[in-house]
Design a protein around this ligand. Structure first.
Ligand SMILES: [Fe+2]
Length: 205
């Protein structure tokens, strides 16, 4: 199964490389993989995150849109992935709505299943009508959106609509927030620079 996860990750990063950044129109440079030792545990894993109730709808929606090949490759591998949340997120800093509204399935990163420091990548699921509050971190990050109906906000500015096939780049420390409407969101999300997932900070204004 690790071979299938490798193929999924390769397809995801090839798609990222072929897609210009939504805002600047420029391609995003991707780093070579830097291996790391297994054993780092920076995720809270569970099979019971409430957001997973939206998984089937999100996959169906993604399959009906422009990145359907990536969506179907993800769907084939998904049963062997583990869903996680950032263990630093609490009701106090992230809010109950986010804890009930998102889950992340890492494919590559410090705690696997492909062990590497960079690039890390995995699939982000958000249920409908969920806001991921403004937060930031040092490593550059990309989101490759697989579903329509989500809005994005950078640096506390105006919200804008994103669609399936869009690539959003988060520069270092730029606050970013996303919110779903009546549809769930599925996206491939990755850090293209090494960093500590536990250092993500919320910065509501
Ligand atoms: Fe981020």
């Amino acid at each position: 199964m690790i071979e299938q996860i490798e193929k999924l990750v390769d397809l995801a990063w090839q798609t990222v490389a072929a897609t210009p950044d939504f805002l600047t129109g420029k391609p995003v440079a991707l780093p070579p993989r830097i291996p790391t030792e297994p054993g780092i545990n920076e995720s809270r894993f569970s099979d019971n995150f409430p957001a997973l109730q939206s998984l089937a709808d999100a996959v169906k929606l993604a399959n009906e849109n422009s990145l359907s090949a990536l969506a179907s490759a993800f769907a084939a591998v998904e049963p062997s992935l583990r869903w996680s949340q950032n263990p630093t997120y609490t009701e106090e800093n992230a809010g109950r709505a986010l804890l009930d509204g998102y889950a992340y399935a890492p494919c590559s990163g410090p705690d696997g299943p492909i062990h590497c420091a960079v690039p890390r990548g995995g699939f982000m699921l958000m249920g409908p009508n969920v806001t991921y509050p403004p937060h930031n971190h040092a490593p550059r990050e990309i989101y490759l959106i697989l579903t329509p109906g989500t809005q994005w906000q950078l640096d506390h500015s105006e919200w804008f609509d994103v669609n399936a096939g869009d690539l959003i780049l988060h520069e270092p420390w730029v606050a970013h927030s996303m919110r779903t409407t009546d549809k769930p969101m599925l996206a491939f999300a990755g850090w293209i620079e090494a960093g500590d997932r536990l250092s993500i900070g919320f910065n509501d204004q």
